[in-house]
Design a protein around this ligand. Structure first.
Ligand code: ZN
Length: 193
């Protein structure tokens, strides 16, 4: 996607009405080309902000061929360093969070949108810390917090990797606290099928 002045803005410069409508929809942001015909004249039909204000979905329509599509805009974390336990640093990527979540959720019931929601909630908490670097442990804690409310079994799996339990007793206690909940939840889920 190329940024800059929308080609249609230049094309329609003589037409004041168009310039105005484009200054509203297009001038302030890069022009979105139609995925079907490549036309730059796609207008925003509807714009909807998510409940938490972290993302916007725009319905667009191509002036040329009439194709309708939507674009999704969301906050992306940039330039965040993750300090690993060995002291080395790496750049934060959403991908790692997604992979970690899916690993923990293996063979559990979940949908793709649910994972996306989890990731968004996790990233919001990361952003709230307002730091340029975070320890991988801190991120792990945030992930655990959200997994705990979502799927207890996945939470335990994740926690067992991320939180290095000091001794087996602590771990057993943690599992004890949760398994009663988790199993009854799992049974309920199976029964309701
Ligand atoms: Zn088109």
């Amino acid at each position: 996607m190329s940024q800059g002045i929308c080609p249609s803005l230049q094309k329609n410069r003589a037409n004041i009405g168009s310039v105005f409508s484009w200054s509203k929809f297009c001038y302030t942001e890069p022009c979105m080309r139609c995925p079907v015909c490549g036309e730059g004249d796609t207008k925003v039909v509807d714009s909807r902000m998510s409940a938490d204000g972290a993302s916007v979905r725009r319905r667009r329509e191509c002036d040329q061929c009439g194709f309708r599509f939507s674009t999704h805009e969301e906050v992306e974390i940039l330039d965040l360093s993750v300090i690993k336990t060995d002291g080395s640093k790496e750049t934060y990527t959403r991908d790692k969070i997604v992979r970690g979540l899916k690993k923990a959720l293996e063979k559990r019931e979940y949908t793709e949108p649910q994972v996306q929601q989890l990731v968004q909630a996790i990233e919001r908490d990361i952003q709230k810390k307002r730091k340029n670097s975070l320890e991988s442990r801190e991120i792990g804690e945030i992930v655990m917090e959200h997994l705990r409310g979502f799927d207890k079994v996945a939470y335990i799996r994740f926690a067992s990797v991320y939180r290095s339990f000091e001794d087996v007793d602590t771990f057993a206690l943690e599992v004890d606290n949760l398994t009663s909940h988790a199993t009854s939840q799992a049974i309920n889920q199976k029964d309701s099928k």
